[in-house]
Design a protein around this ligand. Structure first.
Ligand SMILES: Cc1cc2nc3c(=O)[nH]c(=O)nc-3n(C[C@H](O)[C@H](O)[C@H](O)COP(=O)(O)OP(=O)(O)OC[C@H]3O[C@@H](n4cnc5c(N)ncnc54)[C@H](O)[C@@H]3O)c2cc1C
Length: 398
């Protein structure tokens, strides 16, 4: 059995980011194995995120915007993001960049196959791939989890963020390259939370996406119809070529993800709970997790990291927001409109980034209709306690 210091199952955003952070932290000389069914080269997704300053993948940021437009029912405005910048990294650039970073590193091996299972072992963990086994002193797993579509006891919320996007090229200038559209809620909501999103690459080219937060996917054609109508009705673009198509589903759930499922196994990326439940943003949180893991490995020789218990309050805010959307206590478009209309954009981004202090959070939370928030908070906190109590009583009586 081949033995490695680190085996990484899944070479997507989280697996590749972790290797890159290991290299940058001076741990690139360890014996590392990356396992994925295939070498990725296609532009299978674009990652957007906001940040102050730079991150490890700054050289491959494709576009940056300092201003975003927001369109709500009673509030539409171009928002200055300062000190944040909204950035976009294309999948194809990321995979190419990582391929280049990994060539000429003979100690970092790649295996193309599907991991069947991972098991703890006395001094590490064993990874089973197509009849072969690999031993890692530590195994990092980013294989996307199979998510429940509903919860047995109603404790958690399971929404999906599902979207389709077209990169369109118009024959004449049609977009403002300096302003991305973060959320455009002027489209029909159909009892869900629906918005369009526009990332202009230049005056003629843009990624235009239609996004829904809801428990179920739509028929595939419905996404295309929405994008077509949005281009025509709101962007006044009727003639264009479609250069690229993207489709994605991101879990929006507050169900717990196991970060350390074994003594020597660490879940990373979406599998490790990096997706922000209330927004679906994951990319920057993947980088933060990879940095925590590398820092822990460097300082203690083990990848275990801890997160302050005080940060659990952000999990509660996520649950309350999901509860409001899931139980339709208040329309999603109104929640986001209230947030952006009554706060500076930077404060909302800071809140969603989980870097605000409690006073700022109070400001953000009280800027929207408080009754649904109180109902959501009670359901999430007291409701959970009550359901657990009833569940235990039922177990005892059976
Ligand atoms: C279309 C799309 C757009 C997105 N846009 C954004 C965005 O703008 N901003 C943002 O923050 N987040 C975004 N996300 C969410 C999130 O950032 C991405 O899903 C991100 O790729 C998650 O990283 P990951 O490593 O957890 O999963 P992935 O990147 O999906 O990597 C998982 C890897 O595991 C491999 N794998 C699967 N099964 C096996 C197996 N059995 N054995 C070995 N390997 C296996 C897969 O081939 C894949 O390479 C987007 C997601 C999608 C789908």
């Amino acid at each position: 059995m081949e033995r490695y210091d680190y085996v990484i199952a899944g070479a997507g955003a989280a697996g590749l980011s972790l290797v890159y952070h290991l290299i940058r932290a001076g741990l690139g000389d360890r014996r590392i194995l990356l396992i994925d069914p295939s070498r990725k080269t296609a532009n299978d997704r674009t990652w957007c995120f906001w940040e102050i300053g730079d991150n490890a993948f700054e050289p491959i940021v494709f576009r940056r915007w300092r201003r975003v437009a927001f369109y709500g029912e009673r509030f539409s405005r171009a928002l200055d993001l300062d000190p944040y910048c909204y950035k976009m990294v294309r999948g194809e650039d990321f995979y190419r960049f990582m391929d280049e970073a990994l060539t000429s590193r003979p100690n970092i091996a790649r295996c193309f196959g599907a991991v069947e299972r991972v098991e703890d072992d006395a001094d590490g963990a064993i990874v089973y791939v197509n009849g072969a086994t690999y031993h890692g002193a530590w195994v990092f797993n980013s294989i996307p989890p199979q998510l429940d579509s509903g919860s047995a006891n109603g404790d958690y919320h399971y929404l999906l963020q599902h979207f389709a996007g077209w990169v369109v090229v118009a024959p004449e200038p049609a977009f403002d390259p300096a302003t991305a559209t973060l959320m455009d809620f002027r489209i029909a909501q159909q009892g869900e939370c629906r918005f369009c999103y526009v990332l202009p690459f230049d005056a003629r080219r843009a990624l235009v996406e239609f996004t829904v937060f809801s428990p179920r996917l739509l028929e595939r054609d419905a996404y295309d119809q929405e994008i077509k109508a949005y281009l025509r009705d709101f962007l006044d673009v009727s003639r264009y070529e479609i250069e690229h198509v993207e489709f994605g589903v991101i879990p929006m759930t507050d169900a717990p993800f196991e970060t350390f499922p074994g003594r020597r196994i660490v879940n990373i990326g979406t599998a490790g709970g990096c997706t922000k439940p209330s927004t679906g943003y994951t990319f920057l949180r993947i980088q933060q997790q990879a940095q925590r893991i590398t820092h822990a490995l460097k300082t203690t020789g083990r990848p275990r990291y801890t997160v302050s218990p005080l940060r659990r309050r952000f999990g509660l805010y996520d649950s309350v927001l999901l509860n409001i959307l899931d139980k339709q206590r208040y329309p999603g478009h109104k929640v986001f409109t209230d947030l952006f209309a009554r706060n500076p954009a930077a404060r909302v981004l800071k809140f969603l980034d989980e870097t605000t202090h409690p006073i700022e959070e109070l400001g953000v939370l009280t800027s929207t209709h408080y009754l649904p928030f109180i109902a959501g908070t009670l359901d999430v906190t007291l409701g959970r306690l009550w359901r657990r109590l009833v569940g235990r009583l039922r177990q005892k009586t059976h």
